[in-house]
Design a protein around this ligand. Structure first.
Ligand SMILES: [Ca+2]
Ligand SMILES: [Ca+2]
Length: 263
């Protein structure tokens, strides 16, 4: 039990716990070595890990909900021009280590917003949509706003802007919104580790802070609209429901989260 406690999770995040009373030496708890269990691989559950997990997602019959939105605000340590920051970051070998639940990816400091999204979506962590976000108005930036931002700083609209911008105005209030697609419900915060010499800081806002949104969608096996087969981990969707894209449309997730139209 003490060993299993080190792998305990809450909503997918590790929460290492001690078995036994916290004020005593838990290894001496009388049954610490007499009770044993299995630590299942991802995708399996049950006392002997013989059951397969099915895809889970939002129930398409309950409306007026939204998936999680987290806000990432990455800042350079000194007041650089946008142009010099682009050059500096392009030449930097440093990476930011982003962690989500029990997974992690390294994102090069000079990555553009498109590269950042591609890294997330191909690393197997989760599917997300990443957009520019104005931290003063607390809303997504329009394409015109980003284009005029680039032009005002001597770039054309095709410039790949790095995800980490100088701290100085007018860059200071531009962050990134991370809209979760594959993971529904209230999910834990993304975390970031970085070299503080290279970066001034990364703030990640969740659950209502600075325009972030706590996920209110369901996260049910087969989206609550199918029967899960624990033998093979596949959903047998009820009539009128089929595989979704995670945001209510048809897609590849095999989760019964798409409701077919009646006409
Ligand atoms: Ca729903
Ligand atoms: Ca959350």
């Amino acid at each position: 039990m003490p060993q299993l406690g080190q792998h305990a999770t809450k909503n997918g995040d590790l929460v290492s716990v001690s078995y036994g009373h916290p004020d005593t030496q838990h290894t001496k708890t009388w049954d610490s070595s007499s009770t044993q269990g299995c630590l299942c691989d991802d995708g399996y559950h049950g006392y002997d890990c013989s059951f397969r997990d099915c895809p889970s997602g939002d129930d398409p019959r309950t409306m007026g909900q939204h998936n999680e939105r987290q806000i990432v605000h990455c800042r350079l340590p000194v007041q650089l021009s946008l142009e010099s920051s682009v050059i500096q970051q392009a030449n930097s070998p440093k990476s930011i280590n982003f962690q989500y639940r029990r997974h992690a990816i390294d994102v090069p400091v000079g990555s553009s917003i498109d590269e950042f999204q591609e890294l997330f979506n191909t690393a197997g962590l989760l599917k997300v949509k990443i957009s520019y976000f104005n931290l003063t108005r607390l809303e997504l930036c329009s394409e015109e706003e980003i284009d005029s931002f680039l032009l005002a700083n001597g770039h054309n609209a095709d410039t790949a802007v790095p995800i980490c911008l100088p701290q100085a105005i007018p860059y200071a209030d531009i962050g990134l919104s991370v809209d979760f697609i594959s993971d529904s419900g209230d999910v834990p915060a993304i975390r970031a580790s970085y070299d503080s010499v290279v970066l001034g800081g990364i703030d990640i806002y969740t659950d209502g802070l600075f325009g972030s949104l706590k996920g209110t969608t369901e996260n049910e096996p087969c989206s609550g609209r199918g029967i899960c087969s624990a033998v093979n981990g596949r959903c047998d969707c009820f009539q009128g429901f089929r595989s979704s894209d995670g945001i209510g449309g048809p897609g590849p997730l095999m989760d019964c989260g798409y409701q077919e139209s009646l006409f």
